[in-house]
Design a protein around this ligand. Structure first.
Ligand code: DQA
Length: 149
């Protein structure tokens, strides 16, 4: 099984971007952590883009290939209906899509309190740093596709 771990805009700057909010580790560190945490036979495919279209196309790839998705939509979380519609295709296909955030958006600016993605996600994990991803990986690698128990 391959798990797609998709990261939206500005997350390529992790490590130097607002380290007080996001910590000092970067995406390569995150990839290393997830690869080490993945059970045998599970491949972690971690990607980042600042481009909404590219992110949407990767989500289509997940649907077409039957891959579970761990998605940090970054700022797209708060306003991208296009991303939300793409994300809905994943869960409609019976595949898990876990929305993750490094920070806790609810403890931050008001515009971050809204997620247009959450309603079509299998579940949401936020505020736990890189552990948000690790826990999502744990879930998708032991749950049957689309399962919530
Ligand atoms: C984020 C939270 C978003 O509000 C923000 O735009 C990000 C990162 C997080 O992981 O905490 O870019 O998704």
């Amino acid at each position: 099984t391959t798990i797609l771990v998709l990261n939206g805009p500005n997350l390529g700057r992790l490590g130097s971007r607002e380290p007080d909010v996001y910590g000092s580790a970067n995406l390569d560190d995150l990839r290393e952590l997830l690869v080490a945490a993945a059970p045998a036979g599970v491949t972690v495919d971690l990607r980042q883009t600042d481009d909404e279209a590219e992110l949407i196309h990767w989500i289509y790839e997940a649907v077409d290939e039957g891959m579970p998705v761990i998605l940090n939509p970054a700022a797209f979380t708060h306003y991208s209906y296009a991303l939300r519609d793409a994300a809905a295709l994943v869960t409609k296909a019976g595949l898990p899509l876990i929305e993750v955030h490094i920070s806790n958006p609810h403890a931050r600016e008001t515009f971050r309190h809204t997620s247009v993605v959450s309603a079509v996600a299998t579940g949401v994990i936020a505020g736990l740093g890189f552990d948000s991803y690790r826990l999502a990986l744990d879930f998708v690698t032991r749950a049957p596709a689309g399962g919530t128990t």
